[in-house]
Design a protein. Sequence first.
Length: 147
Amino acid sequence: MKQQKGFTLIELLVVIAIIALLSTLAVVALGSARQKSRDAKRLADVKQMSTALELYFTDQNAYPTSAGVTLGGSSAVCLGTNGFNAATQCTGTTYLATVPASPTPPSTSVYTYASANGETYSIVFSLEGASGGLAAGTHTQAPSGLQ
């Protein structure tokens, strides 16, 4: 009888199943890494905006007054002497040339700034998962710190 070289159908199916299992695990791990990177970016963005607001407060003796401004949107692109403005209106000292936008679509997560009296402010944002000792969900950055 003649011996043929090659793989049997069962051997090929086993190898394909193993490759499929490994690729599924890789995709799941990659999705988790993406979520963590978006949350890390959110925390870095909020820290950057907080620092810019403190510089603004040092020069202006008040925080910019606004109610419910979506940061990174068309009405709040930069932070200058006149507060949050569109990029074409950012005049005088520029504290933040480009206000960061949330890394996910605005319908799921945005940065919202509010300051009624100029004495304090709040930046509201959401995290997708636990990050930096914070639980998933909505958080607020204020002059007193992150809550």
